[in-house]
Ligand binder design. Structure first.
Ligand code: ADP
Length: 577
């Protein structure tokens, strides 16, 4: 089994149909990963690119340590299960299972032994003599699975394998595939449009929309911390209710008089700067509950519809801030007697808030910006007269900085350590205000002691802090980025290769050229292969490879021609392949 890695993978079909854009993912050895999203979002295309059935327009795919971009599907050592089973109709189940071993000239006894072992694993021992047409849908799907399991491929790919089965069989096969994954401990990549399948089977889920990855995380984290409204409403059934509300200090107004007060926890998780703004509020049906007369959030005079589903009861009702019905899910025993006005409360620690771009404004794993004073002397950057970064010109993109009184340092929330690693570490003391539990770590929302700057930090699950705890956090100095007063990052990671060359995009006739002091690059003569683009607000850094296979870094003033020019170079990259 092997890791699978996709780097900046894109696919544009003929007719300029952009099916997949900038797909980045590292799948662990033995991981069960699911691609999910509505029809047409690019799931199958991505899977087929991994399998080699579809050419990659740009980017790189690795299976194990091998770059497979130019490797034939049959040589990629992967196994694929399709929706339509793709069994050989004229062969028996035994021969279907053993076919690939036979092609590899395996001895008869070995084939027999392996086929019988797999047949036992899938409980199809009795069917070995039958032809595919003599099998039910579920049995055929099992044979298709068996055909993959018989070899030990580097990865198993599944393209909606259960969508032709009836509902009952689908549920059964779902758990069987999960069990199989545990038994064979293989790398499984599984495509589905069914959110229940995704939520119940995968270690991690990749949610896609219109060819773009929206979020990659464990099922629990996706459900509890969706990054945008699309992910929030795609996962979970019945769907999350979304309301238009206005934030005023610590209250969310549905209408002039109806509001929800934010909980301390939610307040501490929110990104600043949204007071007075219209937001989208998300409440999952299961985060409502029956309340009593003295402490409720909503009093409902009339319920439009009640659906008793056995294990839960759904209420459909009308609330301000939303035209559609609001769905409330109650535990069975609570919904037994629902006459007259009912009082509802909301679990306010579990609400979701999104800005006008539909993005969550509850912090997840993000960057902290800490105001700092900086000065540069003899190529050493001093931060707050306490810390220093040596050889600064090698790491900084704007050599003109000498002194920054109102700059920021940027620290990723997962860069903080709770133990000192070196005497040069950057140190900050914070007070814990709220906590989120994630599958692999805990996220704490805190404030810097003394000056109230908000800090988010993550730490391993076995380290616990309570609200009000004071914690000292340490960061290795090389994990700090320097930003100007507009929070533009002035440093780039060490992958940036010196020298940084100033360049411009210029147009001559109909052609765009990238022009540096001593060279012009165009699509026809000297070409450049664009490896990476850094967006630094007013400028762009382009890491490129020239004909001599040297890496250069070009710094370009951003203007409207930038992307036109860039098209040429990325286009050229495709032509070269
Ligand atoms: P999904 O598997 O998520 O349903 P696909 O990967 O099949 O989505 O398709 C993504 C997009 O690419 C869709 O817009 C689809 O119409 C388009 N597409 C898929 N295959 C081709 C093809 N062979 N030629 C042109 N467009 C295609």
């Amino acid at each position: 089994m092997a890791k699978v890695k996709l780097i900046d993978v894109s696919k544009v079909y003929k007719g300029n149909v952009r099916a997949v854009s900038d797909f980045n993912l590292e799948i662990e050895d033995g991981e069960f990963i699911i691609f999910v999203g509505p029809s047409g979002c690019g799931k199958s295309t991505t899977l087929r690119m991994i399998a080699g059935l579809e050419e990659i327009t740009s980017g790189k795919i690795y299976i194990g340590d091998t770059l497979v971009n130019n490797i034939e599907p049959k040589d990629r050592d992967i196994a694929m299960v399709f929706q339509n089973y793709a069994l050989y109709p004229h062969m028996s189940v035994f021969d279907n299972l053993g076919y690939s071993l036979k092609c590899h000239h395996e001895k008869k006894e070995v084939i027999k032994e392996k086929v019988e072992k797999v047949a036992k694993l899938l409980n199809i021992q009795e069917l070995l003599d039958r032809k595919p047409r003599e099998l039910s849908g579920g049995q055929r799907q099992r044979v298709a699975l068996g055909r993959c399991l018989i070899r030990q491929p580097k990865a198993f790919l599944f393209d909606e394998p259960l969508s032709n089965l009836d509902a009952k069989l689908r549920v059964q096969m779902r758990s069987e595939i999960s069990k199989l994954h545990k038994q064979v401990q293989g790398t499984f990549i599984y495509v589905t449009h069914d959110q229940t399948e995704a939520m119940t089977m995968g270690d991690r889920i990749v949610v896609m929309k219109d060819g773009f990855v929206q979020q990659i995380d464990t099922p629990v984290n996706l459900y509890e911390h969706p990054v945008n409204i699309f992910v929030a409403t795609f996962l979970g059934s019945p769907q999350m209710n979304i309301f238009k509300v206005k934030l005023n200090k610590d209250k969310l107004y549905f209408s002039d008089h109806i509001y929800l007060k934010l909980s301390e926890k939610t307040k501490n998780k929110m990104i600043d700067g949204y007071d007075g703004k219209t937001l989208s509020l998300g409440i999952r049906p299961s985060d409502f509950d029956i309340a009593n007369k003295s402490s409720y959030d909503f009093c409902i005079e009339k319920i439009d519809l009640v659906e008793k589903l056995g294990n839960e009861t759904l209420l459909y009702l009308t609330l301000p801030g939303r035209e559609e019905s609001t769905i409330v899910s109650l535990k069975l025993d609570m919904a037994d007697d629902l006459k007259g006005p009912i009082y509802l409360k909301v679990n306010k620690d579990k609400i979701h808030l999104f800005n006008e771009d539909d993005e969550s404004i509850l912090k997840i794993n993000d960057y902290n910006f800490i105001p700092s004073k900086m000065s540069l002397e003899n190529d050493i950057l001093h931060i707050d007269n306490k810390y220093q970064i040596d050889n600064f010109s090698n790491k900084c993109v704007l050599s003109e900085i000498k002194q920054l009184d109102n700059g920021y340092i940027r620290i990723a929330s997962d860069a903080f350590k709770t133990k000192k690693l070196s005497k040069d570490d950057y140190v900050i003391e914070v007070e814990v205000r709220a906590k989120d539990v994630r599958s692999k770590s805990n996220v704490y929302f805190a404030k810097k002691v003394k000056d109230n700057i908000r800090i988010t930090f993550t730490c391993p699950k076995d380290e616990h802090y309570e609200l009000g705890d004071k914690v000292k956090l340490y960061v290795p100095i090389n994990e700090i980025s320097i930003c100007d007063s507009d929070k533009n990052v002035l440093m780039v990671d060490e992958n940036i290769v010196k020298p940084i060359i100033d360049a411009n995009i210029e147009m001559y006739g109909k052609e765009y050229y990238l022009v540096t002091q001593d060279k012009q690059f165009s699509k026809n003569n000297k070409y450049l292969l664009v490896e990476k683009i850094y967006d630094l607000n007013s400028k762009m850094l382009l890491r490129v490879i020239n004909q001599k296979n040297e890496t250069l870094t070009l710094k370009i003033n951003k203007n409207n021609d930038f992307f036109n020019g860039l098209m040429i170079y990325t286009k050229y990259k495709k032509a070269k392949k």
